[in-house]
Design a protein around this ligand. Structure first.
Ligand code: XMP
Length: 437
């Protein structure tokens, strides 16, 4: 079995196989210069001196029989060793962290040359494989996709379209709670650019009517979920022939829902409980094995435009959970206008890819006093929320440059009627969540 020992694993391998480990008093922590000696199978792609990340006190002082030493530092003589005939490799540094810039090249050598694996997890192969599996699952049944316009449902829809063509119908429900320009952009992309059968349900009036008087966040979510079901039923009609539903479930969702003990923090819904409430013969989940970055690569390969592939996440219930208090059309217009400004300024500052989400929350039931021109104002505040995150499980508030914050605040108060104050949310997750509701 090929083995790569890292840090303690390097020492354990040395000691177990007859080498020596000692406390040399030479503690190394942080960025360190590595001297690489070739030939080395594992470190073949590294330059003669390279920067690596170290974190250790003890050190290997003698390599086991059969091993050649492949790296050292100014402090320790054996920072890397290998016995390629037995497929045993070890390094004292940490190739798995981003502080070791060439670490991925080391991991790759281990997997490809050390383990003999083929690097075939490519977008093209993922697509071919998904297409084959979708065809085998659905046969000639009809397939429906509740398209949100986000990257996941969009890529899932395109994969299914590639597999079964016009057997697919995409249903896009405009709840009236989407971001500026979004419905038009999704229709343009899918119907006109990608030629996917596309039904645009304009249900804003229904959603606002059913949300009247509701302030509780979970109730809002349930009402919106039910509204999705109604809109979807309207398109899919009665269940007379076999039909399947596409879901954009990702690998992290699969992992998360594996935990039966986790408390429900928020009822996340993407398609509003469709599987339980509408009768389908099966579900198609073409992204089940993929992480978000892989979904984006597959999307690019399928010809999806950059605006969708790189789009920041947006909750299924939309702006409803970004209006604290009752959801009305007037409030939705305010938060939508403020949201467009935040995203515009983040884009102009070149910070779109560095931030996970950038948006606004309207405190609908709060009014604050302000002064504009020579008059008193008494209007709503808006909270700007910009976070960095890897996977939304944890998040940190983005340290935006003051100038960017300043431009956002000035523009919102100047351009959005009914808003006279802007605050910036500096709560991380945990203890906060990314959204306010
Ligand atoms: P929280 O607020 O729980 O959000 O920290 C984590 C991520 O999930 C998004 N989010 C939702 N997505 N339906 C969704 O599809 C929902 O009801 C929902 N609520 C939150 C949120 O935008 C963030 O990216």
């Amino acid at each position: 079995m090929p083995v790569l020992g890292i840090c303690y694993g390097h020492q354990l391998m040395a000691r177990t196989l007859g080498g020596e480990v000692a406390d040399t008093g030479q503690r190394e922590y942080g960025a360190t210069v590595l001297h690489v000696s070739q030939p080395s199978l594992l470190l073949r792609d590294l330059p003669a001196t390279d920067t690596v990340w170290m974190s250790h006190g003890d050190a290997v002082t003698r390599a086991p029989e059969g091993f050649r030493v492949t790296a050292s530092t100014d402090q320790i003589p054996i920072a890397g060793m290998e016995d390629p005939d037995r497929a045993l490799f070890a390094v004292q540094f940490h190739p798995e962290v981003s502080h070791t810039p060439n670490g991925q090249a080391v991991m790759k050598r281990f997997l490809v040359d050390g383990c003999g694996l083929l690097p075939d997890w490519t977008p093209t192969n993922i697509i071919d494989d998904a297409v084959e599996r979708i065809r085998a699952t659905v046969g000639d049944a009809k397939v429906y996709c509740a398209l949100s316009g986000g990257v996941d449902s969009s890529v899932a829809a395109l994969l299914v379209h590639r597999a079964v063509g016009d057997q697919l119908t995409c249903v896009f429900v405009d709840t009236g709670l989407l971001r500026t320009g979004e419905p038009e952009q999704v229709e343009e992309t899918f119907a006109r650019h990608l030629h996917v059968p596309f039904v645009h349900v304009k249900a804003g009036d229904d959603f606002f009517a059913s949300l009247a008087g509701v302030t509780d966040p979970e109730t809002k979510r349930r009402i919106i979920g039910a509204g999705f079901v109604r809109a979807f039923e309207g398109v899919a009609g009665p269940h007379t022939a076999p039909r399947f539903l596409v879901q954009g479930t990702l690998y992290p969702d699969v992992i998360e829902s594996g935990s039966k003990t986790g408390a429900t923090i928020k009822t996340h819904h993407n398609v509003g409980g469709l599987p339980e409430q509408i009768d389908f013969d099966g579900i198609v989940e073409p992204l089940r094995d993929l992480f978000k970055d892989e979904v984006r690569k597959v999307g690019e390969e399928l010809g999806m435009p950059e605006e969708i592939v790189q789009r920041q996440p947006f909750p299924g219930p939309g702006l409803a959970v970004r209006i604290v208090g009752e959801v009305t059309l007037e409030r939705a217009e305010k938060v939508r206008a403020a949201d467009a400004i935040v995203r515009d300024e983040i884009r102009r500052a070149g910070l779109e890819r560095e931030t996970w989400q950038a948006f606004c929350v309207l405190l609908g039931d709060v009014q604050t006093v302000g002064v504009m021109g020579d008059g008193r104002t008494y209007e709503n505040p808006v909270v700007v929320r910009v976070v960095t995150s890897e996977d939304a499980m944890t998040a940190d508030w983005a340290r935006l440059p003051y100038e960017v914050l300043d431009r956002i605040a000035q523009r919102i108060v100047r351009e959005v009627p009914g808003v006279n104050r802007v605050a910036y949310d500096i709560t991380s997750k945990p203890p906060g969540t990314i959204e306010w509701e």
